[in-house]
Design a protein around this ligand. Structure first.
Ligand code: HDE
Length: 718
C-alpha cells in the first residue's frame, strides 16, 4: 500500500480523503518493506554515509600512542553503542513475538461493524507478543507467572490491540492497586531477589492482605503458570469490552483465544530445571516451529452478553476478578489467528512494539471496568518514556497500515515531513484537510458508545464487587485431582520461600480456608500450621456461585489429543538398530511430530548395520526436560552403552518423574531396567518393533502426560 519509496514520506500522504478507501487488504510485511535494511553487497559506512576504510583500529597518535578525540568514526560508533538500550517494560519485559494474520469467520460481522470482521475469509495482518510479567528482559521463560498475550491487528481502519493474558481474571478490581501489586511481586527492593518469581515475602505479604487477589493467585498456583509452548495456552481479553454492530447496537463481550493445538503445561520440577537447561524454552519453541513451518493457530471467540442482561449474573461483569463461566455464556468463534513469520529483528519489532488497550477501531468499545479504565491511561503514558516521546506510532512496527493524517506535529524523533502550512483545524489554507469523517458513513469515524452516566463523584467500590472467593472456589472445584495436588504443592513451595512466619500463617489461616478447607488443611499441614475448620471471611466476601464447577477451567478439558508438534527423543548409542531409528522418524513425522535422535555425544553413531546415524542432539545438550516423550531404540550395543551411562539412566528417570510416555524397543529395555523405571506401569511401553509400540505410545503422548503416575513421580531420584 505504500505509495512512496522514501522513508521520510508518510504512506499515501498525498492521497485522497483517507477514510474513503474501503476494501483493500493490507499486508504489514509490505508496509514494512521500505524500512527493512539488508547489508548484503553494501559498503560499511558511518551514519552520515561516509565509507569506512578501517573498522579495526582507532585513530591514535602513533601506533602505541593515545587515541585522538578527532576520531569521529570511533566516537560515533561508541556513542551509538552506549545508547543501545531503552528502558525495558515495567511489567511484561520478557517476551517473544511473531507475525501472522487473522481470518474472520462467517457471522462475525453481526456483532461488530469493525472492518476486520466484515466478511468471512477476510484476512488482517497481526503481530502477537507473548510475555511473562514479573521478570526482567533477561529472565527465564518458564517461571511461575502469568503470560501476556498481546495482539496488534493492523486493520484497514487503524490498529486494534487486544492486550490480554493467558488467564481470564486479574489480581485486582481497581487500577489504583496495580502499582502496589507490581511493587510487591517484583524482586524485593533491598537486594533485587528473586528474579521472575512470586515465591518471596513481599508478594505473599500483599496478597494475603488483599483478598480480591485470591482467585487470580489460585490460577497462578496452577500449572497454567508455565505453559508447555505458546501454542498451548489460552488467551483472554480479561475485561468486559463492548462490540458495536452496524445498527449502533452495543453488546458486552469477553474475548477468548482458544489454541487449536490444545492446552498443556510443564510440570513445576521440569519448569525449574528448564531455567538452567534452556532459559529460552518458550521463545525457542515458537521460533523453531515457525521456521519449520509448524505455525501457531488460535481461534478468537467471544462471549456475548446483551446490554439488558448485564445484571443477570451472580457477580458484576465489570469486575476483572471474575470470569463468565462458559456454561452460562458459550464462546462463539469469530475468527482464527495464524502466526507464521518470525520477526527479522528482535529490537526493532518485538522490543519496540507498543500495545495499548486504548487502540481500538470503530465497532470495538470499552466497558466501565475500573481496571480497564486505568489501563487506558497507563499504556500511552509508559510508551512515552520507553520509546522516548509521542512519536512511537511512527516506528515501523507500530504504524497503522492505513494512511493517517492529523495536526499533531514535531516532538523527538519525528519522521514524517508534513507538507502544507496548516496544522490546525478548521483551516482554509490547505483546503480544510485533513477532515473529520462522520461516524454514520461506511468506514466512518470512531464514535464512542452513547451511554448515560449520571452519578455522584465518589471514591468507592460497588457492593457488587464485594465477593472475592466464589469464583476461586469454582476454579478449585473444576480441577482434576492431579491438578489439585499440583496447586497444593505450589502453595506449599511458594510459602516455604517466605521468611516471615506470620505471612505464611495469614495466607493459610485467612485466605485459603475461604477457597477450600481441604486446600487450607493440606498446605497448613505441610507448614506445621493448623488451618481453621471453617471459612474465616465475612459472608459477603465469601460469595456464592450458582455453579459448582466448570469443565472449561481445567487444563485437561482441551488436551492436545494427538502427537502433532510434539518433540520425541529417540535415544541411541553405537550399535543401535539403524533401520528402526529411520522407521521411527518417518512414522513420527507422518503424524506431525518431530523425532530427535539423541546420542551420548554429537559424533555420528555407528549403527549395527554399519551405517552412520547423525544425532540431532546429545543427552546433556537436549535433556529430557526439552522433549515430550522418549523412545529408547533397540540394538544390543546401544542399549548396554546407555544403561551403563549415568546420563543415559538420568534421561529416562527424569522423563518418568515428569510423567512422560517412555517406550523401549527390543534390547532398549535394558536402559529402563538399569534406571529403575518400572516396566509394566502406565505409559511405559516395551515392545520389539516400531509397529506394535507406536499406537499406544502415541495415544499416551496425546494425553500430554501419564497422569496416573503423578503420585509416584517424587519416588524417582532424578
Ligand atoms: Fe498491563 N501494562 N497493566 N495488563 N499489560 C503493560 O505497558 C497496566 C493488565 C498486559 O507485549 C505496560 O507497554 C496497568 C491486565 C500485557 O508489550 C504498562 C494495569 C492485563 C502487557 C501496563 C494493567 C494486562 C502489558 C508495561 C492495571 C491483561 C505487555 C509496558 C490497571 C488483560 C504488552 C507496556 C506487550 C504491559 C500497565 C493490568 C496485560 C505499564 C496500569 C488486566 C499483555 O503500561
Amino acid at each position: 500500500m505504500a505509495t512512496s519509496n522514501s522513508p521520510y514520506t508518510q504512506p499515501n500522504s498525498d492521497g485522497p480523503h483517507d477514510t474513503k478507501f474501503k476494501t483493500t487488504e493490507h499486508s504489514k510485511s509490505e508496509s514494512l518493506e521500505q524500512f527493512r535494511s539488508d547489508a548484503e553487497g553494501h559498503d560499511l559506512r558511518t551514519n552520515q554515509g561516509v565509507r569506512i576504510a578501517d573498522n579495526h583500529n582507532s585513530l591514535k597518535a602513533g601506533e602505541r600512542g593515545p587515541t585522538l578525540m578527532e576520531d569521529f568514526i570511533l566516537r560515533e560508533k561508541l556513542n551509538h553503542f552506549d545508547h543501545e538500550r531503552i528502558p525495558e517494560r515495567i511489567v511484561h519485559a520478557r517476551g517473544a513475538a511473531a507475525h501472522g494474520y487473522f481470518e474472520a469467520y462467517d457471522g462475525a460481522s453481526q456483532y461488530s461493524k469493525a472492518a476486520l470482521f466484515s466478511k468471512a475469509g477476510k484476512k488482517t495482518p497481526v503481530f502477537t507478543r507473548f510475555s511473562t510479567v514479573q521478570g526482567g528482559r533477561g529472565s527465564n521463560d518458564t517461571v511461575r507467572d502469568v503470560r501476556g498475550f498481546a495482539v496488534k491487528f493492523y486493520t484497514e481502519e487503524g490498529n486494534w490491540d487486544l492486550v490480554g493474558n493467558d488467564m481470564p481474571v486479574f489480581f485486582m478490581q481497581d487500577a489504583t492497586k496495580f502499582p502496589d501489586f507490581v511493587h510487591a511481586v517484583k524482586p524485593e527492593p533491598h537486594n533485587e531477589i528473586p528474579q521472575g518469581q512470586s515465591a518471596h515475602d513481599t508478594f505473599w505479604d500483599f496478597v494475603s492482605l488483599f483478598p480480591e487477589s485470591a482467585h487470580m493467585v489460585l490460577w497462578t498456583m496452577s500449572d497454567r503458570a508455565f505453559p508447555r509452548h505458546y501454542r498451548n495456552m489460552e488467551g483472554f481479553g480479561v475485561h468486559t469490552f463492548r462490540m458495536i454492530d452496524r445498527q449502533g447496537k452495543a453488546r458486552f463481550v469477553k474475548f477468548h483465544w482458544k489454541p487449536l493445538a490444545g492446552t498443556c503445561s510443564l510440570i513445576w520440577d521440569e519448569a525449574q530445571k528448564l531455567w538452567g537447561r534452556d532459559p529460552d524454552f518458550n521463545r525457542r519453541g515458537m521460533w523453531e516451529d515457525i521456521e519449520n513451518g509448524d505455525f501457531l493457530e488460535f481461534e478468537l471467540g467471544i462471549q456475548v452478553v446483551e446490554e439488558q442482561d448485564e445484571h443477570n449474573f451472580d457477580f458484576d461483569i465489570l469486575d476483572a476478578t471474575k470470569l463468565i463461566p462458559e456454561e452460562q455464556v458459550p464462546v462463539t468463534p469469530i475468527g482464527k489467528m495464524v502466526l507464521n513469520r518470525n520477526p527479522d529483528n528482535y529490537f526493532a519489532e518485538t522490543e519496540q512494539v507498543a500495545f495499548s488497550p486504548g487502540h481500538v477501531v470503530p465497532g470495538i468499545d470499552f466497558s466501565n471496568d475500573p481496571l480497564l479504565q486505568g489501563r487506558l491511561f497507563s499504556y500511552l503514558d509508559t510508551q512515552m518514556l520507553r520509546l522516548s516521546g509521542p512519536n512511537f506510532h511512527e516506528i515501523p512496527i507500530n504504524r497503522p497500515v492505513c494512511p493517517f493524517h492529523n495536526n499533531q506535529r514535531d516532538a523527538p524523533h519525528r519522521q514524517t515531513i508534513n507538507k502544507g502550512q496548516a496544522s490546525y483545524e478548521p483551516n482554509s489554507i490547505d483546503g480544510g484537510w485533513p477532515k473529520q469523517t462522520p461516524a454514520a458513513e461506511e468506514n466512518g469515524g470512531y464514535e464512542s458508545h452513547y451511554e448515560r452516566v449520571d452519578a455522584h463523584k465518589v471514591r468507592a467500590r460497588s457492593d457488587s464487587f464485594g465477593d472475592h472467593y466464589s469464583q476461586a472456589r469454582l476454579f478449585w472445584n473444576s480441577q482434576t485431582e492431579v491438578e489439585k495436588e499440583h496447586i497444593i504443592a505450589a502453595y506449599t513451595f511458594e510459602l516455604s520461600k517466605v521468611a516471615r512466619p506470620y505471612i505464611r500463617e495469614r495466607q493459610i489461616k485467612e485466605i485459603l480456608p475461604n477457597i477450600d478447607l481441604e486446600l487450607a488443611r493440606r498446605v497448613g499441614e505441610n507448614h506445621g500450621i493448623e488451618a481453621p475448620g471453617e471459612p474465616t471471611a465475612p459472608e459477603g466476601e465469601l460469595g456464592k456461585s450458582s455453579q459448582e464447577a466448570s469443565e472449561a477451567l481445567s487444563l485437561m478439558a482441551r488436551l492436545p489429543g494427538n502427537i502433532k508438534y510434539r518433540k520425541i527423543a529417540i535415544l541411541v548409542a553405537d550399535g543401535v538398530d539403524g533401520e528402526q531409528v529411520e522407521a521411527l522418524k518417518v512414522k513420527l513425522s507422518e503424524q506431525g511430530a518431530q523425532g530427535m535422535v539423541i546420542a551420548p555425544s554429537m559424533a555420528p553413531v555407528k549403527a549395527s548395520n554399519g551405517q552412520a546415524v547423525t544425532p540431532d542432539g546429545m543427552v546433556n545438550g537436549l535433556p529430557s526436560v526439552t522433549v515430550d516423550a522418549v523412545i529408547v531404540a533397540g540394538g544390543e550395543g546401544s542399549a548396554q552403552a546407555l544403561a551403563g551411562s549415568g546420563l543415559g539412566r538420568y534421561y529416562v528417570q527424569e522423563a518418568y518423574k515428569h510423567l512422560k510416555a517412555i517406550a523401549a524397543l527390543g534390547e532398549g529395555r535394558a536402559l529402563l531396567d538399569a534406571a529403575g523405571v518400572p516396566i509394566g506401569e502406565d505409559g511405559i511401553f516395551v515392545e520389539d518393533g516400531v509397529e506394535s509400540v507406536f499406537e499406544p505410545f502415541a495415544q499416551a503422548v496425546g494425553e500430554h502426560r501419564v497422569w496416573s503416575r503423578d503420585s509416584k513421580a517424587n519416588d524417582m531420584p532424578a
